[in-house]
Design a protein around this ligand. Sequence first.
Ligand code: BGC
Length: 424
Amino acid sequence: MQKSFLTRGRLAAVGVASAAIVAAGAVAAGASDRHRATDVAATATSITSEPWGSANGQSVNLYTLKNSHGMTVTITNYGGIVQSIDVPDRNGKVANVALGFSTLAGYLQNNSTSPGASGTTYFGAIIGRYANRIANGQFTLNGVTYHLPQNNGTNTLHGGPNAWNTKVWAATPSNNAQGAHLTLTYTDPAGTNGFPGTVHATVEYTLTQDNALRITYSATTDAPTVINLTNHSYFNLAGEGSGGVQGQTMMINANSYTPVNANLIPTGVLAPVAGTAFDFRTPKPIGQDINNGDTQLVLAHGFDHNWVLNRTGTGLSLAARAADPVSGRVLTTWTTEPGVQFYTGNFLQGDLVGTSGKTYRQTDGFTLETQHFPDSPNQPSFPSTVLNPGTPFHSETVYQFSVAGSGGDSSNTHSGDRHSGKRH
Ligand code: BGC
């Protein structure tokens, strides 16, 4: 049975130009108000839930967040996975732009010890407690060396085995003037996968009326530890299962990136992108330089690197803009984080059947994993990922969808820079 969390409130401006959500029931009944009531009723967001099986002996739900501008996002509290993102194109035609599986069983299988040749993909999941790699499965903090399970060659990847992407999170749905929200919480006990400190994490997903999926991450610890949180959605702006993204354009707002060694661990150098395949400062097709023989592209089998974002201030700052010239769909990413991992699905091998029944092959999607830099616990020159008791972690990322006509896209402005996103 489906439960509805549609709420009805008063007219409210919510900080984004097009977003005004209200509830028909709260509007007075004059002639003009009746007109307004019709408009506002049509702009309400909603969130519903349905049972979606069970994992780790706990029942799991699938939540459906909707707005009235054609966008629907489904999220499960298993791993906090964004299972689908339906977005209209420039003609109003809706497609699911997020790679994933149609059932919970698909995610459980991919997270199991036999995930298939593509390995664990982390489709749509919350990644914690440490996104991307920690070299040699160890780091030293305050004079103590911590040993972590090595689940990616000699590295610890995405928090190690059975990390946050495999947990059933406590979920609270709500809906208000800012949009439809799903608040997820999880407590990661000290010692799990070798990390010190019990971490209480909260991730809030919000679908707004202006077609943004906003993600806020908060965490506290009771002992010094390290933290790096992201979402691992793979996007294909033509629709998942529609083939390769090479013809879709990408802009990354970064003058430098962090090249890697053969284990995909940053060398520590911040290398200028100028004159390399890694220069996405002006939009270019994702496939334009992907096969150009650059050693870095050979090591990673494509793009799988951290870009050092050109940040302005401490709030939300433009990270990347991707566009599909055919459908007109545009994805603009804003973040408070210093880096973004642009990964072109290099390890997808055609052995996984996705949501609409099509297999996923190399370069059939891309991720924009906003983050602190990989291996920061071992790289003193990188921005710190240390989390201490009494100084909560907070970060925010916005995936803003829009459409471009023939002359450009409609997502060049954003009411960002409103929130402080710094480690305190
Ligand atoms: C990593 C890739 C990895 C992928 C899926 C990305 O964040 O950078 O190297 O293959 O996640 O595990």
